[in-house]
Design a protein around this ligand. Structure first.
Ligand code: NAD
Length: 442
């Protein structure tokens, strides 16, 4: 049951959460390593830092986000004073995935609680160590009436979805997202869906190829490619394709060495099912670099594939692993057609030193968000909304956008009694001409 909390209570609890997270950071890093070999560096950069930084922002800004917004009244209603009241929705269900199991569970919980809701979190069953520590931290900090964790797999999530919620926030695959939307429809519950897709990364002949390759290798192979906003495939202008391939190889070796299985910086694939799926995607392709795998360690090397067949399996589904197909294009039309043949992606990236070219590309295509001359980094700015469009999702969060997502904006117009203009009341008689004159004047 939802219970109302004051802004001061919320701020105090968020401060307590920040304190506990600081104490437990090493344990979170260890859990992420135990779950799929994430390095401490990536755990801090892509998981714990985001959560503490979001918390600090929420603590600092909560009072201003939550206060009533006074707006200029409409002259039609004169005399009145108008405001927007920030109301929590009530009971919120958050379902989170395994690939950034700490960050993607905690960020929506923080935003939903900061906005005054009660929250139930169902974290992923595929990262048991991280989900356990998330559950422990939450039970240490929050009253279970305010935030509670239910652990388990699809069945637990389905059971939770049978209940009536005031808001549902889901992060995960498109297929499960559709089931969540169907369940939400039963009670017309509003939803945010943070989903995935095939994110293009465009490299034009005007790009700084060496730097582009370095950044692509970082953004693709961080978390072993198991990142919803990772580039799924590279579209490179044919005239510079072989130079880009060469630079990509060099950068992979520079980052992970000649024997990437020995690198402490490359996480493992989450489970055998996904490992088998990914190894299957490599088969029958021209591997330019990498391609090695080892089921005992759930290891797959950073792999570059020279791809020309858009009908191949690797170009049909979201890859979600350390495989990067590189496709040449001869003109912009061809590039547009390839991007347009997929559903609207979560992210799009373009590498070029030509500002006009970059602008034309980012304005032409529909996608959740993206970068020019970089990968992933737009995610890190909490002043930017994060979320997909079309098949890659609906709704946004991060920073203030998260608070707004979990807030019903209740408009109130308070009419004064000292004056009552009678024009609007029936009988209207021939008041229409007076009304027209008046509206013109407005
Ligand atoms: P998933 O959809 O398999 O699982 C996500 C969550 O849904 C888990 O907690 C899982 O237990 C639960 N779930 C599974 N079956 C369910 C069902 N039938 N009903 C209700 N809940 C169910 O996704 P995943 O494999 O954990 O994550 C990978 C996917 O998530 C990729 O497609 C990726 O692009 C996407 N993703 C998106 C974002 C984003 O911010 N947009 C972030 C991370 C991952």
């Amino acid at each position: 049951m939802h219970r109302k909390t004051t802004i001061s209570q919320r701020k105090e609890t968020l401060k307590k959460l920040l304190h506990v997270l600081t104490l437990r950071e090493d344990a979170v890093i260890q859990a992420l390593h135990d779950d799929f070999g994430k390095s401490a560096f990536e755990a801090v950069l892509t998981e714990t830092y985001f959560v503490t930084s979001e918390l600090k922002t929420a603590i600092k800004k909560l009072r201003s986000w939550a206060s009533d917004e006074i707006v200029f009244p409409s002259v039609l209603n004169f005399p009145s004073s108008d405001r927007i009241i920030k109301d929590p929705y009530g009971n919120v269900l958050v379902i989170s995935p395994w690939n950034y199991p700490f960050q993607l569970a905690m960020l929506p919980v923080i935003a939903a609680y900061a906005a005054g809701n009660s929250v139930v979190l169902k974290p992923s069953e595929l990262t048991p160590n991280t989900s356990e520590i998330v559950s422990n931290i939450i039970s240490e900090v929050f009253d279970p009436i305010d935030v509670e964790v239910f652990q388990g797999g699809a069945q637990v999530a389905e059971k939770l979805l049978e209940r009536r919620w005031d808001y549902i926030f889901f992060t995960g695959s498109v297929n499960v997202g559709k089931k969540v939307a169907q369940a939400a429809a039963r009670y017309l519950t509003p939803v945010t869906l943070e989903l995935g897709g095939k994110n293009p990364c465009i490299v034009t002949a005007q790009a700084n190829l060496k730097l582009a390759a370095k950044r692509i290798v970082w953004g693709k192979f961080v978390n072993a490619g198991q990142t919803c906003i990772a580039p799924d495939y590279v579209l490179v202008e044919a005239s510079v394709k072989s130079r880009l391939l060469q630079s990509l190889k060099q950068e992979i070796i520079a980052a992970y060495g000649e024997r990437p299985q020995k690198s402490p910086d490359l996480p493992r694939i989450i489970n055998k099912k996904h490992w088998e799926r990914l190894v299957g995607l490599i088969e029958h392709h021209k591997v330019v670099h990498g391609g090695q795998s080892d089921v005992a360690e759930l290891f797959i090397a950073p792999t570059i594939i020279d791809e020309s067949d858009l009908a191949s399996a690797i170009m049909k589904e979201e890859i979600f692993g350390p495989l990067l197909p590189v496709i040449g294009f001869s003109d912009e039309n061809q590039m547009d057609n390839i991007i347009g043949s997929y559903e609207k992606p979560l992210s799009l990236y373009v590498f070029t030193d030509d500002r006009h070219q970059a602008d034309a590309i980012i304005r032409k295509h529909a996608f959740g968000g993206g970068c020019v001359n970089d990968l992933l980094s737009y995610f890190a700015n909490s002043r930017l909304p994060f979320g997909g469009v079309g098949n890659s999702g609906m709704g946004t969060y991060h920073g203030r956008f998260g608070f707004d997502t979990f807030t019903h904006k209740k408009p109130i117009s308070r009419k004064a009694n000292w004056l009552d203009i009678t024009l609007r009341y029936a009988p209207y008689g021939n008041k229409v001409s007076l009304l027209r004159k008046w509206l013109k004047w407005l």
